[in-house]
Design a protein around this ligand. Structure first.
Ligand SMILES: C[S@@+](CC[C@H](N)C(=O)[O-])C[C@H]1O[C@@H](n2cnc3c(N)ncnc32)[C@H](O)[C@@H]1O
Length: 206
């Protein structure tokens, strides 16, 4: 996965309305409730991995969190920045591939809705876990949403690796303790239903 993947995502966000893509949600209710269920409170620092043009950043900024949004697609980040207007300057926008992301300061909470599942090769998944290990402080929280084992096999025309809490726990390793997991039916703008799982992990103290 290299330039062509970035081109794919750039093309998606340049050619389609962000409200018409299958993963669009007007309000990221589940993500917000899972974040609220943790002990991480404003002004803690949250990073949204593969955040795209998601509205999550709007809500987190309004709550007083320090927010960073990382995405492969500058076009996606541009859509979110434009939407936020003056509030965009308070957000750190990171155009990068998560597999090569080395945070300078670890975050309190790592959120990922539908980015990890595009990493289907073992070495890419391991690179993601290395970025997570670098980017999340000890005792910090990781909330990871992916297609569930009975969810779609593809998203945006790309193959995905579906997960449940057990496969994620195996991937993340002993440094992460499963806190909770939930299944979720996402209703797409086209009227379909996609089966997701969202799992919350806590990084163990040193
Ligand atoms: C299905 S979309 C989900 C977007 C957003 N999380 C949401 O819930 O609306 C997947 C996003 O992951 C991004 N992405 C895919 N692979 C990535 C990678 N290796 N590094 C960073 N972002 C990536 C894409 O550009 C896209 O914005």
């Amino acid at each position: 996965m290299t330039g062509s993947t970035r081109d794919h995502w750039q093309g998606v966000y340049e050619q389609k309305a962000d409200t018409s893509v299958s993963w669009y949600e007007a309000t990221p209710l589940l993500s917000l409730s899972l974040i609220e269920a943790t002990a991480i409170a404003p002004p803690a620092r949250i990073i949204d991995i593969g955040g795209g043009a998601s509205r999550l950043v709007d809500h987190l900024v309004a709550r007083g969190f320090g927010v960073s949004v990382l995405d492969l697609s500058g076009a996606a980040l541009g859509l979110a920045r434009t939407r936020l207007g003056a509030r965009a300057s308070g957000v750190t926008w990171i155009e990068a591939d998560v597999r090569h992301f080395a945070a300078s300061t670890p975050f309190d909470l790592w959120h990922d809705r539908a980015a990890l599942h595009f990493l289907t090769a073992r070495e890419d998944q391991q690179a993601y876990v290395a970025a997570l290990g670098h980017g999340l402080r000890r005792s910090g929280i990781a909330i990871i949403g992916t297609f569930a084992p009975d969810g779609p096999e593809k998203c945006s025309g790309l193959p995905v690796q579906r997960h449940d809490a057990e496969s994620l726990a195996l991937l993340l390793g002993k440094d992460f303790r499963l806190v909770s997991t939930t299944r979720h039916n996402h209703l797409t703008p086209g009227g379909g239903t996609q089966k997701f799982q969202f799992s919350t992990f806590q990084r163990v103290p040193a």
